[in-house]
Design a protein around this ligand. Structure first.
Ligand code: SAM
Length: 240
């Protein structure tokens, strides 16, 4: 029992109608401990204080559950997951999810492997790859109900990195800040080329903070043409 930590997280998640169990609370505390331990020798996050980790990493990640029914989602892929955000907190709350974590930096994958084994999370795989390369592999292409991504690239580039992984009828959901309107407008063409259709934009705040979060919810309507994503680096250097 870590009273301050537990009370803060419980209070935030109750705003999302989530009643967190003792087992889940101890997983989140262990996550917080590992994140700060590893961050002392490896750059994982600039957010390290206990309250900030709860608000800006854990509650922010789980905020998505207010806008999409995660009980109805089976498979999730997180592109550019870094230290596991946003999908590992989602997995702790929704343990049925089959999760694939992708990052191009191997040291982050080493952290994630330790985290997953320490938290005893099942059905989670980690992949050290750039999204551009992995999306060409039929084991991963158009296989997922949901692709999530936070703080990786602008929405046009990110759509090229993420939409190829989503099955038709599935969703790509991007976590953006409060000033995303221009970016969303500019991404329309790319989303269309890649087989997506903008469905909803949800603007909200992290519970008990004034930090804004915008979810851009994009449906997968048609298959992504085989030529996308283009070669490594091109989606960011030269957005569609
Ligand atoms: N999503 C995490 C979060 O919100 O805390 C990490 C964000 S961090 C700013 C961006 C991460 O994306 C880094 O870990 C980086 O290695 C990864 N990344 C950037 N481009 C990528 C690509 N093309 N394919 C896979 N990972 C990528």
């Amino acid at each position: 029992m870590h009273t301050d930590f537990d009370e803060h997280l419980k209070r935030s998640l109750s705003q999302l109608n989530i009643a967190v169990t003792e087992g889940q609370l101890s997983k989140f505390y262990r996550y917080y401990e590992l994140l700060t331990e590893w961050n002392a020798f490896m750059n994982l996050t600039a957010i390290t204080g206990q309250d900030d980790v709860i608000d800006k990493h854990f509650a922010d990640s789980i905020l998505l559950s207010r806008y999409t029914d995660l009980n109805a989602v089976e498979s999730v892929i997180d592109i550019g997951t870094g230290a596991g955000f946003p999908s590992v907190p989602l997995k702790i709350i929704f343990p049925h999810i089959k999760l694939t974590l992708v990052d191009s930096l191997n040291k982050r994958i080493r952290f994630l492997d330790t985290l997953i084994s320490s938290l005893e999370l099942r059905d989670v795989s980690t992949i050290h790859s750039r999204a551009e390369t992995l999306a060409g592999n039929n084991e991963y292409r158009e296989r997922y109900d949901l692709c999530v991504s936070r703080a990786v690239a602008n929405l046009s580039s990110l759509s090229e990195l993420c939409l190829p992984f989503v099955r038709c009828g599935g969703y790509f959901i991007s976590y953006k800040g409060n000033d995303a309107d221009e970016e969303i407008k500019n991404a329309g063409r790319a989303i269309n080329i890649l087989g997506g259709i903008p469905e909803r934009i949800e603007k909200t705040e992290i519970p008990y903070t004034d930090i804004s979060r915008t979810f851009v919810i994009i449906g997968k309507e048609k298959n992504t043409p085989k030529k996308y994503p283009r070669k490594e680096g091109t989606p960011v250097k030269d957005p569609l």
